[in-house]
Ligand binder design. Structure first.
Ligand code: GDP
Ligand code: GDP
Length: 494
């Protein structure tokens, strides 16, 4: 096999992950890059096999090369490998992360590799992987004998010690070649949305039922088209408490190769559009910042940033609220659900870690009960259960997301709406307010995304909350507006 041509110079400090097969190089690579590389497949010089990417460490962008990706192209012997791509990458590196498996201890292949590496005269950090929960402490002593310095214990798979490793990497690189600390770039915002365009749409246009339009309401009852979102690819965000499994789920969805990626016009390199694709089409994940964040997993676990959650919510059309089903529905989950409702987004509730749930029937029932009592406004919300880890059931997610989007976008014809309205008023008349009867006259939907209704009537603005709830619940049940917030506006008339 011909040695691979040198990778194109990027001007960035280059760190190469090396070691014998199976020590966890690829896992570490994914951990350090936050799998950003998997998201940049369309950039020139970056191939799909994830052997090169960029990682953000302590604010510095660093070029990372995974020699496991290079090994695949090389003959299956250590010697062969070292003659080829891996060796070349190592020789060009500013720093080498030499990985060993702390559980397996030092093997002859490790020793062989270490000897070769010492001769290359490159800077090396010795990384003892698979050291979660202090596993492999014994082999750490043994690892000193490799003559490559103090081993740094990490668990690439569990995200332990990654933050410290990043610090060591940045400290080990020559100061002169480090790029400046990058500002945390917020995802580039779209241009300020234009004011909603009010087109005067009469009831007739909406419903085709000309005889039902009362003239007096015609002027105000306009359906406002929401132009703030360009139509096309559905935008979704994953939110939830730390450890609910969002990253695992996203990686699962992305890893199944249903994704196509690439820079979109107007997006910076940092905010790459990530598209999930199945047989029914595409959806776009808007919170790729969350993916990038994974590279700094410890910080991510420490606190859930509410502002980041809200930012993601604002940019999404459908929000997937991911919960750890083994823990049930917690107050914090409900708080996030209330944020979703406040922002007017459609929501799908994802019961993750379903593989680890023992009594599924009881768990589901407990969650439904909690929803019923604490989240009336999300009544009928689409609930899907799956395991992001094993992948079992994740295929149910996108159909549920699409269904929620459809409801969020839906319009109820005014004729139908008013027939229902008359029935509701007859069944349960609006109450007296200060001894005077409220007279409700008409209802029309003025907006979707989320469905928004305008009620006209004498002193309508004084309508008590419980009557509003009665109407909203009726709208939800009769027109199937489940899992989306419903807005009710009131307009007093003479
Ligand atoms: P590579 O051949 O060196 O790229 O190794 P991989 O990244 O493919 O990992 C080899 C195996 O080790 C996989 O089954 C990983 O799931 C597992 N692995 C990787 N990192 C860890 C870790 O930190 N702890 C444990 N227990 N297993 C790990
Ligand atoms: P995030 O903080 O929401 O991004 O959560 P992570 O994706 O980092 O997952 C947190 C922990 O839950 C990790 O240890 C995962 O391995 C574990 N996890 C994630 N999804 C599942 C799942 O479906 N089943 C099980 N049993 N564990 C999971």
């Amino acid at each position: 096999m011909r040695p691979e041509a040198p990778l194109p110079a990027s001007g960035l400090p280059t760190v190469v992950i090396a070691g014998r097969p199976n020590v966890g190089k690829s896992t570490l690579y994914n951990r350090l890059t936050g799998r950003r590389n998997a998201l940049v497949a369309d950039f020139p010089g970056v191939t799909r096999d994830r052997k090169e990417g960029e990682a953000l460490m302590r604010g510095r962008t660093i070029r990372l090369i995974d020699t496991a990706g290079l090994e695949e192209a090389a003959p299956d012997s250590l010697f062969g490998r070292m003659q080829n791509s891996s060796a070349l990458a190592v020789q060009q590196a500013d720093l080498i992360l030499f990985c060993i498996d702390a559980r397996a201890g030092i093997t002859p292949a490790d020793q062989h590799f270490a000897t070769w590496l010492r001769r290359q005269n490159r800077k090396v950090l010795l990384v003892a992987n698979k050291a979660e929960g202090r596993a492999g402490a014994a082999s750490a002593m043994e690892a000193f004998s490799l003559g490559l310095g103090t081993p740094i214990g990490i668990s690439a798979e569990h995200g332990e010690g990654i933050s410290d490793l990043m610090t060591e990497i940045v400290d080990a690189l020559p100061q002169g070649i480090l790029p400046p600390v990058a500002e945390e770039k917020p995802v580039k915002k779209k241009e300020k949305p234009k004011a909603p365009v009010e087109e005067t749409v009469s009831f007739a246009t909406l419903t085709g039922e000309a005889d039902e339009i009362p003239e007096e309401f015609e002027e105000e009852a306009v359906f406002i088209e929401d132009e703030t979102e360009e139509p096309g690819v559905l935008k979704i965000a994953f939110v939830g408490r730390p450890n609910a499994g969002k990253s695992t789920l996203m990686n699962r969805l992305l890893g199944e190769e249903r994704m196509i990626t690439g820079p979109e016009p107007g997006l910076t390199r940092d905010s790459i559009a990530v598209l999930l694709r199945d047989e029914h089409g595409e959806v776009q994940i808007v919170d790729t910042a969350g993916l990038r964040k994974k590279a700094r997993v410890e910080e991510h676990l420490e606190k859930m940033s509410t502002s980041a959650t809200i930012e993601a919510l604002k940019r999404a059309e459908v929000v997937v609220l991911v919960i750890d089903a083994t823990l049930g529905l917690h107050e914090q989950d409900l708080q996030i659900a209330r944020l979703i409702e406040r922002e007017g987004r459609a929501c799908v509730l994802a019961l993750n870690k379903w593989d680890a749930v023992e009594d599924r029937t009881a768990t589901r029932q407990a969650i439904y009960d909690r929803l019923q009592t604490s989240l009336a406004q999300m009544k009928g919300i689409e609930v899907v259960s799956f395991s992001g880890k094993t992948g079992a059931g994740v295929q149910k997610l996108l159909p549920a997301v699409r269904h929620a989007a459809e409801i969020w976008n839906s319009r109820v014809p005014t004729g139908e709406l008013n027939r229902w309205f008359d029935m509701m008023l007859e069944r349960h008349a609006p109450p007296l307010v200060q001894g005077r009867r409220l007279k409700l006259r008409y209802i029309t939907q003025v907006k979707s995304r989320p469905p928004t209704f305008l009620v006209f009537g004498t002193r309508a603005e004084q309508l008590p909350d419980d009557y509003k709830r009665y109407l909203v619940n009726g709208l939800r049940e009769t027109f199937g507006l489940t899992g989306v917030p419903i807005r009710l506006q009131l307009r007093g008339t003479k």
